[in-house]
Design a binder for this molecule. Structure first.
Ligand code: FES
Length: 163
């Protein structure tokens, strides 16, 4: 079984390598593009890149683990950022974050157990007058309450399920 898994080809990664003429000196750009395409770097993608560039897997893993921007886990369906800076703290952002952690079982800086939600702390979204502030998949929201946040999350999950 391991041998079969070992041979899985990752077509998008192969294509990206080809666009760079399979040049080992383009490794960082290739990794960046592969991550941009899928949001993370899977084992299949890394194996395919190593094969295409004719470099060892150890070498590629060394590079990926050195740069913290490379993600080795699939992203959650929804990325929620809650501002934890002072102005938002003054209007309840800590309680809001605690609510989300408990309700959605998503630790700050981590994913929920079901993989649906990624919760991140951020420090000022430039929306201080309308705190607590948050972002869901890059969209900014102000005056976020637990009820409003639940509704926004559920709307997005329903929308994703319809698509
Ligand atoms: S402190 Fe929260 S948006 Fe600025």
């Amino acid at each position: 079984m391991a041998a079969l898994i070992d041979k899985l080809e990752h077509a998008p990664a192969r294509l990206i390598c080809g666009r760079h003429d399979n040049r080992p000196d383009a490794l960082l750009e290739i990794l960046h593009e592969a991550q941009a395409a899928e949001g993370w770097l899977s084992d299949d993608a890394l194996r395919t890149i190593a094969d295409a560039l004719n470099i060892s897997r150890a070498e590629i893993h060394g590079v990926v683990s050195f740069y913290h921007d490379y993600k080795r886990e699939a992203p959650a369906k929804l990325a929620i950022k809650l501002c934890r800076a002072e102005a938002c703290q003054a209007v309840g952002s800590e309680a809001l974050a605690a609510y989300v952690e408990k309700k959605w079982n998503a630790p700050s800086g981590g994913k929920s157990a079901d993989g649906e939600i990624q919760l991140e702390a951020v420090y000022c979204l430039g929306n201080c007058a309308l705190g607590p502030s948050g972002m869901i998949d890059g969209e900014l929201f102000g005056r976020v309450t637990p009820e409003r946040l639940d509704a926004l999350i559920e709307q997005r999950i329903e929308k994703m399920e319809r698509e």
